[in-house]
Design a binder for this molecule. Structure first.
Ligand SMILES: Nc1ncnc2c1ncn2[C@@H]1O[C@H](COP(=O)(O)OP(=O)(O)OP(=O)(O)O)[C@@H](O)[C@H]1O
Length: 251
């Protein structure tokens, strides 16, 4: 593993009027991370991710991708440097197939988005890459099924496939299993777990069974600040976390 973190955040703060939604957060995401960001509703998790992607500008603090300070760069520039996210809400094109959607996303990455309409068949390399990605994401059997006919769990996997089409080094997943039946949500995390180690993952997740099964490190956010950070065993044993957040949850 490389000594330089994939992502490093220092003193990150944002206030909306009187509310300090993210308060002096300092955090490193090591290369190959499978880290969970947990915390009660309103803790600032989504706001933190929005700061990382550049959707929101911080009041104070710095964000680095590898060695590069990206605090003042916009979202597109950060994507080019390897930072990609998914959203809680469904952002898919319902009438395209996974093969078409992923091919479009690859074409966009290659700056070939504008010539897409000339026909998929003309871009064999793009189709090959799209099929490889769909295989990795356990979607290849559904490559030619319209997206709105896919099970919801498969749609969430397609969202991750679209994020991966940008070839990210850092993948931010905002509740990737939200709304999915339990049996399917595990598959989403199995796929994430099996991604190559040069992709560093930070995921927001409310389902503690999934968090404690799949996260290698857990970051606990309360009222915009980091309460603690550690391995699942450390977090499980932390009385402060139990009191502040986990309550009676069986983990
Ligand atoms: N654009 C905004 N303007 C004003 N307040 C905001 C804005 N965005 C978020 N907040 C506030 O910041 C706090 C953190 O919200 P955020 O959505 O980041 O929490 P969260 O941990 O992601 O919650 P959830 O688990 O419910 O998604 C909340 O008090 C919220 O009301």
């Amino acid at each position: 593993m490389s000594a330089t973190p994939a992502l490093s955040v220092s003193g990150l703060t944002v206030a909306f009027g009187g509310i300090v939604a993210v308060n002096n957060v300092t955090l490193d995401l090591p290369v190959g991370a499978r880290s969970a960001l947990i915390g009660p509703n309103g803790a600032g998790k989504t706001t933190f991710v929005n700061l990382l992607t550049g959707t929101l500008k911080p009041t104070a603090g710095t964000i680095r991708i590898g060695d590069k300070d990206v605090t003042r760069l916009d979202t597109r520039a950060r994507t080019k440097l390897g930072l990609t996210r998914t959203f809680q809400i469904n952002t898919l094109f319902p009438h395209l197939t996974p093969l078409e959607s992923v091919s479009l996303a690859i074409a966009e990455r290659e700056d070939k988005g504008g010539i897409w309409w000339r026909r998929l068949g003309g871009f064999g390399a793009i189709r090959d890459e799209a099929e490889a990605l769909l295989t990795q994401l356990r979607l290849i059997e559904h490559a030619r099924t319209p997206t709105n006919e896919l099970a919801y769990g498969k749609q969430r996997l397609l969202e991750i496939a679209l994020a991966l089409a940008a070839k990210p080094r850092i993948l931010l997943l905002d509740e990737p299993a939200a709304g999915i039946p339990a049996g399917e949500s595990r598959e989403v995390f199995e796929v994430v777990d099996a991604l190559p180690d040069d992709i560093s993952v930070l995921f927001i997740e409310h389902d503690m069974q999934l968090v404690f099964r799949f996260a290698r490190r857990i970051v606990v956010l309360t009222s915009g600040a980091i309460l603690t950070e550690g391995t699942p065993d450390e977090i499980r044993a932390n009385e402060e976390v139990r009191a502040a957040y986990l309550g009676g949850a069986h983990v």
